[in-house]
Structure formats: structure tokens, C-alpha cells
Design a protein around this ligand. Structure first.
Ligand code: CO
Length: 141
């Protein structure tokens, strides 16, 4: 079977101070922010810095009950999840379920940049929170 994972979409890093993290990536690497967005439903603000065809996603909570706030509390700043690009989020999610994987989202839902996403629980994916990301080209950031 051909891999359902077509590319690394993004590597997400949880930070306490989004502007400070952006400034550091700019100073250290000359990286530039391509997109910023607040995703109210997830209680996060994010900045995407492009690396070739992928992104570094700097993530910070916008409210105390956000999952990212809980993550920072428990584990501190650092790698939060990996976003794998897929052609069809629903197909990839079904494949995960069929393989016995535990999912956080039972069905694809809207993500940032107009993408369609679903999260896979780290418990059955060897400790890594995985986000399946389907690009929808009708929306260009
Ligand atoms: Co993400």
C-alpha cells in the first residue's frame, strides 16, 4: 500500500510567549511568519513559519482551559505535535481506526489555514500526538 502520509505539514511547538518565540526564530534563523491565526475552538493562537513545503507552528494558549495550556502546565514548553499532510483526512482517520489507533477527533474538522484536520491520540502512536492535515486549495492564506 502507498503511504497515506504525503508530507510533514508542520511541527508544532508549545510556547508561553508567542511573540518572544517568533522573535527568536527571526533572530536565530531569519525565519519569517507566513500566517497567524487564533483558533477559538481550540483556545490557541498560532504562527506558521515556512520551512520549504512545511511549517514550524508556534502555539500558545488563549485561555486557561485550552489543551495547550494544560500541556504547558504538565510538560512545559516544547514539541507538542506533528502534523502529517494527507490527501484525504477522512480516509487517513479511518485507516488509523482500522489499525486500532485511538483517535481524539472521530471525524475531520476545520483546522487553521482552511485545512481539514483530525488528531490521533499519543497513547496508541508511541507517545506522539499526531494531526492529520488535508490541504483544501480553495482557501489560500
Ligand atoms: Co497543528
Amino acid at each position: 500500500m502507498e503511504s497515506l502520509l504525503t508530507e510533514i505539514d508542520h511541527v508544532a511547538i508549545a510556547v508561553r510567549d508567542l511573540d518572544a518565540a517568533i522573535a527568536w526564530y527571526e533572530d536565530a534563523f531569519g525565519a519569517t511568519v507566513e500566517h497567524r491565526e487564533v483558533v477559538e475552538s481550540d483556545g490557541v493562537a498560532e504562527a506558521l513559519l515556512r520551512v520549504s513545503d512545511s511549517y514550524i507552528q508556534l502555539l500558545t494558549p488563549t485561555r486557561e482551559d485550552s489543551p495547550v495550556a494544560k500541556y504547558l502546565e504538565a510538560k512545559g514548553e516544547g514539541l507538542h505535535h506533528v502534523g502529517y499532510r494527507v490527501a484525504d483526512c477522512a480516509v487517513a482517520l479511518d485507516a488509523v481506526k482500522a489499525a486500532g489507533g485511538r483517535v481524539i477527533d472521530n471525524a475531520p474538522r476545520p483546522g487553521s489555514r482552511g485545512t481539514l484536520v483530525a488528531f490521533v491520540h499519543p497513547k496508541t502512536s508511541f507517545g506522539t500526538l499526531i494531526e492529520l492535515v488535508e490541504e483544501r486549495l480553495t482557501h489560500e492564506a
